[in-house]
Ligand binder design. Structure first.
Ligand code: SAH
Ligand code: SF4
Length: 362
């Protein structure tokens, strides 16, 4: 499996090249492409207009299933589904599907683990394993795309699963290109949100590309003292540098930036932090998303009370800064990023320990 080509790693010209090398005409590649993105199927045998011999050849050297689903959970209201996938080399990543009326939003991972070490984040707590390839990012989207009921399609994507998208810049943007390709899945670029912890040079590079994909920045604190505690990368790119890069992005693109803020009781949910945040953002083309913290195994912080959330929000509006309180959906299925993997890995470790104990006892 590890040696097989993940077809989602190829763009159309590369697919044409591959099939041409096998002596196939260019239109064959287009037909296969349509089975990948337009009428997506999970098996080569379902590619009914492709000659049997070619299907067999594809089966031998390529795969449509680089992701193996190892655990699946749905929230009690059935609106959130979370999958844990095993990659060809055994790495585990998560993808979440959230349904709301006619919207089907996917929360997609860009790395196995994360190098940024944010203290409140389950993925940060596990450390960095590796970047995902563009095809592994695309495959998460197509896995759900293939499973959606007749007539439904993925409407929105947020790159808010495991990992820091701008740390895996090239593969992430290549994946976005593939997902938005007009002759493929054709999802609007405006429907895909990149969320970053604040990698300043990458934000500037992204601004210069003037793409339409919206940007969200995980700020979570309005003073360096507070942000250093929560987000280690702040020591490298402190708040004033980060804010400068956000202003540069807005200037270059004219696009509004979302500011993410996980409210942690007694930590970053104080009126003082709200005031500092209001001062930082006043007059800027931004919107703040307030999310009550999702508690994780490795961090003692708790979500803010409803009263503190409202007081925080009121202080922001005093500075003319708009905000929305987001409900973190799917808390009952550990839908916070990195949490399902954590649970499954812990359960496996316990299982192995139990097995070992029984063997020793025997
Ligand atoms: N690395 C990127 C994207 C993945 S994290 C980033 O940090 O922006 C997606 C969002 O989930 C970020 O805003 C992150 O700060 C937030 N997050 C991580 N752990 C959380 C938790 N335990 N509770 C609430 N939000 C959390
Ligand atoms: Fe990485 Fe984002 Fe988690 Fe920070 S919050 S550790 S950047 S995934």
């Amino acid at each position: 499996m590890a040696d097989k080509i993940n077809l989602y790693d190829l763009d159309l010209p590369e697919l044409v090249q591959l099939l041409e090398a096998w002596g196939e005409p260019a239109y064959r590649a287009k037909q296969v492409w349509e089975w990948l993105y337009v009428n997506p199927v999970a098996h080569f045998t379902d590619m009914t207009n492709i000659p049997q011999l070619l299907r067999e050849k594809l089966e031998l050297s390529a795969t449509l299933n680089v992701l193996e689903s190892v655990s699946e959970m749905s929230s009690s209201d059935g609106q959130t589904t979370k999958l844990l996938f095993k990659l060809a080399d055994g790495q585990l990543v998560e993808t979440v599907r959230m349904d709301y009326e006619t919207r089907h939003t996917l929360c997609v991972s860009t790395q196995a683990g994360c190098a940024m070490g944010c203290v409140f984040c389950a993925t940060g707590q596990m450390g960095f394993y590796r970047h995902l390839t563009a095809g592994e990012i695309v495959a998460q989207v197509m896995f759900f795309g293939r499973r959606l009921e007749e007539g439904k399609r993925v409407t929105n994507i947020v790159l808010m699963g495991m990992g820091e998208p701008l740390h895996n810049y090239d593969n992430t943007l290549e994946a976005i290109d593939r997902i938005t390709a007009e002759d493929g899945l054709n999802l609007g670029a405006r429907k895909i949100t990149i969320s970053t912890v604040g990698l300043v040079p990458a934000i500037r590079r992204y601004a210069d590309e003037q793409r339409q994909t919206p940007l969200a920045v995980s700020l979570h604190a309005a003073t360096d003292e507070e942000r250093d505690r929560l987000i280690p990368i702040n020591r490298r790119w402190p708040i004033d540098m980060l804010m400068e890069s956000i202003r540069y992005y807005i200037e270059r693109t004219g696009r509004r930036v979302t500011i993410e803020w996980a409210l942690i009781a007694g930590e970053n949910d104080t009126i003082e932090q709200a005031r500092r945040l209001g001062e930082l953002l006043s007059g800027m083309l931004v919107h703040v998303n307030l999310i009550p913290l999702n508690p994780t195994e490795g961090y003692g912080g708790q979500p803010s009370t409803r009263e503190s959330v409202h007081a925080f929000q009121a202080e922001l509006s005093r500075h003319g800064v708009s905000s929305t309180v987001r409900v973190r959906r799917g808390i009952d299925i550990q839908a916070g990023c990195g949490q399902l993997r954590d649970r499954v890995v812990q359960e496996r470790a316990q299982q192995l320990k139990r097995q070992k104990e029984t063997t020793t006892q025997n």
